[in-house]
Ligand binder design. Structure first.
Ligand code: PRP
Ligand code: URA
Length: 217
């Protein structure tokens, strides 16, 4: 992991347990969606470890005490389609976050991302952007999403983090070289890509497996 100092791979037993179920080719879409949601929650928890808080005084039924509230304004950027399945869990963790959908699909021939939808507000009004996408394969989609956010104004001091379920070394390298300021949170760093750009061992096509469309890998 020394090659990727900004990569955070979860070692939590609950994540590892759920990830094995997620990878299983026999896992049906309903369970697959539930697992995407549950693992996203756990990864979001880890990605928020350095979020800023501000002090807050609360009154318990017994007495007053000091508490904290999340001070960072957060923007969630799910990459359509597959990133949609990660949104609900993240909103449970960060109920005040805004959600900005970004539509990118990977051209099957060139493996290059094609942007088809962008619902970013006019200006960058957040402190932290979390890009949500289950798969980091070649890194083309993630790099394109980061570039969209930076052009839009998400530059220092705005922090950008990438939350993926599974990453390939090729994708982590591409993102890290192009955007060394971006931290990546994932449940697994897999071996490599196959000739079609799918992650090995991976889980196949994250969009298809969530939405019950097609069979691939
Ligand atoms: C998948 C995945 C990522 C992208 C990763 O989306 O959800 O967005 O591929 O590959 P990359 O790192 O090589 O760019 P896909 O293009 O299949 O679209 P979908 O979510 O609509 O199925
Ligand atoms: N997109 C997916 O959904 N799966 C992969 O393995 C690679 C890209």
């Amino acid at each position: 992991m020394e090659e990727f100092p900004r990569l955070h791979v979860s070692s939590h037993p609950a994540v590892l347990h759920k990830l094995a179920l997620l990878r299983n080719e026999d896992t049906p879409p309903k369970l697959f969606r539930e697992l995407v949601r549950e693992i996203s929650w756990l990864l979001g928890y880890e990605a928020l470890l350095d979020a800023h808080i501000s002090p807050l005084t609360v009154r318990t039924p017994i007495e007053e005490t000091e508490g904290a509230r999340l001070a960072d304004r957060i923007g969630l950027v799910p990459i359509l389609r597959a990133g949609l399945g990660m949104v609900d869990a993240m909103l449970e963790l960060m109920p005040t976050a805004e959600v900005w959908h970004l539509g990118l699909f990977r051209d099957e021939r060139t493996l290059r991302p094609v942007e088809y939808y962008n619902k970013l507000p006019d200006s960058a009004t957040v402190d932290l952007c979390l890009i949500l996408d289950p798969m980091l394969a070649t890194g083309g989609s993630a790099t394109a999403a980061i570039e969209v956010l930076k052009k839009w104004g998400a530059v220092t001091p705005v922090r950008i983090k990438l939350v993926n379920l599974i990453a390939a070394p090729e994708g982590v390298r591409t993102v890290t070289e192009a955007h060394p300021d971006v931290h990546i949170y994932c449940a697994a760093l897999d071996r490599q890509l196959n000739e079609k750009g799918y992650i090995m061992p991976g889980l196949g096509d994250a969009g298809d497996r969530q939405f019950g469309t097609g069979k691939s890998g």
